[in-house]
Every structure is written in structure tokens, then in C-alpha cells.
Design a protein around this ligand. Sequence first.
Ligand SMILES: Nc1nc2c(ncn2[C@@H]2O[C@H](COP(=O)(O)OP(=O)(O)O)[C@@H](O)[C@H]2O)c(=O)[nH]1
Ligand SMILES: [Mg+2]
Length: 298
Amino acid sequence: MALFGEKKSFFGRMSERITDVLMARVKVDEELMEELEEILITSDIGMGTTMKIMELLRKEIKDNSISNSEDVKEALTRVVAEICDKGERQKLSSETPLVILVVGINGGGKTTSIAKLGHMFKSQGKTVLFAAADTFRAAAAEQLDMWGKRIGVNTVMHNAGADPSAVIFDSIQSVKAKGIDVLICDTAGRLQTKKNLMAELEKMNKVIDKEFPEAKRETLLVLDATTGKNAVSQAEEFGNVTDVSGIILTKLDGSAKGGIAITVADEFDLPIKFIGVGEKMEDLQVFDGMKFAGGIFQ
Ligand SMILES: Nc1nc2c(ncn2[C@@H]2O[C@H](COP(=O)(O)OP(=O)(O)O)[C@@H](O)[C@H]2O)c(=O)[nH]1
Ligand SMILES: [Mg+2]
């Protein structure tokens, strides 16, 4: 599919199966609707979201008097696009200075996504600083610093075990002194110690509020698409501990089924702002609900 370059379609089997069903059945009848519903449910689209899609699809079919299966494709695309698109909130703040806090559980792809964002901003001509506020493991800061060196971004780091808020504090001083455009902060994702996590995030937010009130803010939650429905419960848990402004859905290049993006978009009042489609710094794409939905049948 053109939009995603050489990458294979996220929808993979789902697209094929839907296309097959629509080709096999010329008539738009109850049997066709049941087959479509079954495909959606078995493609990582949750039950609630599937029901919503089917309801909206039935309405589209009725309102537009759709009677051939070819037009069902288009109607389905419109329905999915409507669910995925959160309008103006879709866009990342373009104003600077901007502070982005990146949260999510370990292994989800936070550090890699920060590298990708850093690369994106650099290619837009913006100056960037990384804050290694995942101080829980020494390797975490080193990993971020390594990416930074490759991209040409400096990383503020303290020793392992240091207070993450102190890293944020120092980073802000540096950003203000140098007039840097974007500060991207890595964080530790220990959901199992939820209280600590909540306290840590709260403290970091307070430091930013106090030291850098003029900055625009984004809190991006990184969700691993390969964890399927688990990604949805992670979104819920993080949503409970901090104000999230958007989602980065990672690993959509792997075995993940694109359907999870539709479920996440539907179940949360949060826009998916970016998708991760690989391990390289270029493998980040701005999420566009319309194009994503259009990709189902490409
Ligand atoms: N295939 C693929 N792998 C990814 C993507 N994003 C991250 N990863 C890999 O996922 C693993 C964990 O990523 P990392 O950024 O260290 O996660 P963190 O613990 O949340 O910081 C690494 O091996 C990354 O290369 C992606 O979009 N696609
Ligand atoms: Mg990390």
C-alpha cells in the first residue's frame, strides 16, 4: 500500500478476507453482514468496536441505499475513518518550546520512539534535547544517549537511581539557556509499582509546570500493537495516572494486526498521533485516520 511504502499492509489477512467475502457475495444481505462481523472480531478489533462498526455500516448502507458489495467497501472505509479520526486533536503541537513526556510500560518502544521523534524534529529544522528520566536502569539512559549521538541530539543524564525529576529540572535549564525547541523526556514504565509511577509522573509534571510554564506540553503514551487487547488495558492504566494527550502505537510492522489501532482509537477519547513501523529512526509515521482506513483495501 502506497502510504506505507514497502511495508506490508497492517491489515494483512483482514483486508484479504474482507475483499474475498465482498467478491464472493454480490448481494448485500444479512449473510454478508455476518461474515464481515466475524472477520472484524477475529482481527484484533474488540467486540464493542466491532458492534459499533457494524451499526454504523448498516446505517451507511441504509442511508445511501447501497446494494452492491463494491460500495460496501467504501462505506466501511468511511466508518473506520470516522472512528479513527479525532479531528484537530490529532496533530502534535507545532508551537515551541515544546516539552514531550513519553510514558508507557517497559519494552513498548518508548526510547526508540523518542529517537524517531528526535529525528523527525531535526529533519524539520528544530533543535532537540533528550532527558533520560528513565533512571531506573543504567542501560536505559545509555540507550537514549546512543540514539542521541546518532541523530545529533544531546542527552541530559544522571546516574542510575537518580530522581527523574532532577533530570527533567536540569534539562529544562539547558533548554532555556540554549533556546532549544523541543525537549523529549524518557520515563520509566513500572506499572507494577503504580503508586511510585504516579508519584514520579506527578512530580515531573510539577517541575515542568513550575520551571517552564511557557512551554507547550504533550504527554504521549506508547502502546505496543503486538500485545493486542492488552494495549487497551495499558492505555486505561496510564490514563488513570496521568493526562495523556496522544498515543504512539508501535510495532505495527510486525505480527500486529492493524485492527488494534481501530480498537484503541474507539475505546479511548485519545488520538493516535504516530505509529511505529520498524526499529529504525525513520520508522515513524504521522497517523492519519482517513489514510489508515483507506489502507484496508489497498
Ligand atoms: N519492529 C518494531 N520494533 C520496535 C518498534 N519500536 C520499538 N521496537 C523495538 O522494541 C524493543 C523495545 O524498545 P524500547 O524503545 O527499548 O522500549 P522502552 O522500554 O519502552 O523504552 C526494541 O528492541 C526496539 O527496537 C517498532 O515500531 N517496530
Ligand atoms: Mg526505554
